[in-house]
Design a protein around this ligand. Sequence first.
Ligand code: IVH
Length: 672
Amino acid sequence: MAENKIEKHAEQLRRSIDHHNHLYYVLDSPEISDGEYDRLLRELIDLEEGYPSLRTKDSPTQRVGAAASTAFLPMIHRVPLLSIDNAMSYGEIQSFHSRVARWLEKDDISYCCEPKFDGLAVELVFEKGVLTRGGTRGDGITGEDVTDNLRTIRSIPLRLITDNPPELLEARGEVVMPRDAFSRLNHDRSLSGEPLFANPRNAAAGSLRQLDSRITATRNLVFFAYGISDPASIGLATQFEILERLGELGFRTNPDIRLCGSVDEVIAFATYMQEKRETLPYEIDGVVVKVNTVADQESLGVKARSPRWVIAYKFPPVQATTLVKTIDVQVGRTGVITPVAILEPVKIGGVTVSRATLHNAEEIARKDVRQGDTVIVQRAGDVIPEIVAPIKSKRLEDSHPFSMPENCPSCKSRLVKDGAHWRCVNISCPAVVKEGIYHFASKEAMDIDGLGRRLIHSFVDLGLVHDVADLYALKKEDLSALEGFADVSASNLITSIDASRKVALDRFVYALGILHVGSVAARRLSDTFKSLENIMDASYQDLCSIKGIGEEISRSISDFFANKHNYTVIRKLMDHGVEIISASHETIPMSPLKSKRLCFTGTLISMPRLEAKMRVEALGGEVVNSVSKHLDYLIAGDQPGSKLGRAASLGVAVLDEETFLEFLGGADADKG
Ligand code: IVH
């Protein structure tokens, strides 16, 4: 092809990919399959590789991210991002309205009400319709330039959908991490021994501030637009029009927007959103109430750092006060020491909370939480309960600040500082060994049924088991000798240990418990290298070249296999008859869920959604969040939501929970 023809073709591909990206990530209604989308993208990547001069900054190929080594540059906002005053009660919404009415000398004021996202405010700069820069809010005047990271967020258009773009458009909005992405991320981090994020907002912030944008690209962040720096300059007269225009230009905007003609309607909307809050796929912490007319906004103006035309009503948090009985330190599988507050059990929002993580020593010092303190505990959505603050006036006189132990509570070896965390680096530490065995035996790993923490602790404490390989040398007599361990249970355990000997490569790699290697990374390694020998022989460069395996994971894998002790244990496992067969997803050819796209609505009685999702994925299916005509099954649990109606209107098959369980169970039967 002639050069200009190729250039045209590349441009066509880009347009088409942008279009399908918008359908999928902004409108939730894809028109082509993921496979077709990938093919288009692959073709463009190949073209651009052949002709690097064709590669443009706004090309969808630039969404994958790239490694950066320097810190972020400052981004100065042309028009400052102001903050908003809070209203903590409905009364304060009423006072806000009175102030506005007095100032404008009229009473009939229309308010545009929007959910208040609990994420991270960012600004995106589009020059002649092309995204050129984006940064965090920072202090409102200067933020951090995180353009490369923002480009990886699929709901951010890399160019605006318009034939007639404005010279300059500065769109503002919020980056959030949806609840399911958050649970998945934390689940993966717990499996690979990394510290957990406290809530989706922190996770979104941490993900957006990654120096390596390839990591950001994996975090499933979503951007919602809610404003423009200078609406009058592009002829928009109301906040409602701004939101509409942002939608037309290709941004995702919140579907729960309401125009309210009176303060009573505003309050009704706030009440409605507070009830709806828990059912949303992302977290909100209130409702933002904006005077709708831009001209009115301008006449109201700004005081100090916040405009007079907007207020944020904050939902009351779900909190309670209780007593810190003691502060325990736990040793994790990777030796990370996590302090945990053991609480006098207390009910918060219908759930009894008796423990709260304190994350690390710095967090405890910052909050100054002490044993014996009365503290405020908070639960937000499905997030791990956290201590907000101690109530200092109730502090006991003889209380003293918590100090982190200098030695491992299990093996007494000296702890080593590793970033914000303290770590026990003794690979033979009984606590680390026990957690390692527990992980090895877990369902997603070797799946040794019946081997729980209690038994593992006895085995290690009695010296029956020193490492995971020793499990395969256990005899029924060893177990029967244990106090309170019946003959039948002993036989059953030996049988399940035996059954785990034949194992798929990805499960085995995951079971090894290599730092940062969760089930997804293990699957990638297994798909790429096909055998354990190949993985062990892979160089750091080989590993880095695999999609989704970054430098940190590669370094960790190299270090793991370079360690003589690990090598010995793997040898010992093989000597005890552990045999790697094939990748697990190839062993379930008969699954009715293979290559099927599913979505859930309502509550499942038999298992949490996350587990359902993992089981579907283990059977080769995919779980998506929204109903479209490309969905194969909608699984309706108890009290299904609006997705049910949508599925019916699109003719998508709906399964009840029982049938869904049969699908899962049927595959289990095939496996055996
Ligand atoms: S409008 C001057 N709309 O709330 C008004 N802000 O407490 C500019 N926020 O930093 C902001 N959802 O991050 C606006 N629908 C929404 C919002 C929203 C969340 C955040 C924003 C801002 C913070 C102020």
